[in-house]
Ligand binder design. Structure first.
Ligand code: RIB
Ligand code: CA
Length: 316
């Protein structure tokens, strides 16, 4: 039984690995990729999605660009982590990737994909939630076509962009609020979970040992990502946040889940963009969000290494 998926992302090093994992694993039916401004500008995140698909030989998945700014508030990027291109490290060259950009915008591609698919589709946003919120606001009729939303964002604890807020949610708190209050089944993988999957030198060595052009590119991506996480956060190894979403869809036991009420802070002077996760049910709000907690990191990295192996050896 495959899981039909649309990725909405802001590549971004970790988004890139989520694309690879979704494209490689037989349990995932990757229907479309949409991009949003986040780690870098929309133009750059869209180019990066095309680049990753081109180098990985992912040819049959439409890629469409979405919103270039949040519903409210200022635009921000994460050039300190992902570089000026948004995917610094490898040399992708200056030419256009062989994978084209779909002429539709992201909302049109998502809507048409949802209406055309034989069953409800899982949305997997791993950037700011602007596209998903805009879709739900513009097309409430599509709710019945959406199986669930499995997102990377927020945290049960501290943030990473402010002490309180994680980057994806902080980029567009109002969009995140729309998603969490949509009434759709939401599964949230926040920093509390994603910081358990760090690309250590041993992990990078496993990928390098595959010895293919794709594995070499992945090593360059992770080596750059490690350098910025060391410089900015003092991490010994970078957390590969986004693929926890697809890894969960592949193996639901890979991350333990608890149900909790999740509220997005919109007004706090120092806490705007925080995800307030009521782990002990003290607010009386419905515990309607699945929150990722404990990760089987070994199983996660096995999936990542296997995805790079499969895509890197066209015969599979
Ligand atoms: O805070 C980490 C998240 O923000 C990840 O999705 C990363 O790619 C950035 O989008
Ligand atoms: Ca991302």
């Amino acid at each position: 039984m495959t899981v039909p998926v649309i990725l909405d992302c802001d590549p971004g090093h970790d988004d890139a690995f989520n694309i690879l994992l979704a494209a490689a694993h037989p349990r995932i039916e990757l229907l479309a990729i949409t991009t949003v401004a986040g780690n870098q500008t929309l133009e750059k995140t869209t180019l990066n999605a095309r680049r990753i698909c081109a180098v990985a030989g992912i040819r049959d998945v439409p890629i469409a660009a979405g919103r270039d700014r949040p519903l409210h508030g200022p635009r921000r990027t994460a050039a300190d982590i992902h570089g000026e291109s948004g995917l610094d490290g490898p040399g992708f060259g200056t030419g256009e990737p062989v994978v084209p950009q779909d002429p539709r915008d992201a909302l049109a591609l998502i809507r048409e994909t949802l209406l055309a698919h034989r069953a409800p589709v899982t949305l997997v946003p791993t950037g700011p939630l602007t596209n998903i919120a805009a879709l739900l606001l513009a097309h409430p009729d599509l709710v019945g076509r959406i199986e669930r939303i499995v997102l990377m964002g927020g945290s049960t604890g501290r943030g990473n962009t402010t002490p309180a807020a994680e980057f994806n949610v902080l980029c567009d708190p109002e969009a995140a609020d729309v998603v969490f209050r949509s009434g759709l089944p939401v599964t949230m993988f926040g920093l509390n979970a994603t910081h358990q999957v760090r690309a250590t030198p041993a992990v990078i060595a496993r990928i390098a040992a595959l010895g293919t052009p794709l594995s070499r590119l992945c090593v360059e991506l992770l080596t750059y990502f490690a350098s910025t996480y060391r410089e900015v956060y003092g991490f010994d190894a970078p957390p590969l946040h986004d693929p926890l979403t697809v890894a969960h869809l592949i193996n639901p036991s890979l991350v333990s889940l608890v149900r909790a009420a999740v509220t997005v802070e919109l007004n706090g002077t120092h806490t705007r963009g925080a995800t307030v996760v009521d782990l002990h049910g003290v607010t009386g709000r419905p515990a309607d969000v699945e929150v990722g907690m404990e990760v089987d990191a070994e199983a996660f990295w096995d999936l990542i290494v296997e995805a790079v192996r499969v895509l890197g050896t066209p015969s599979g």
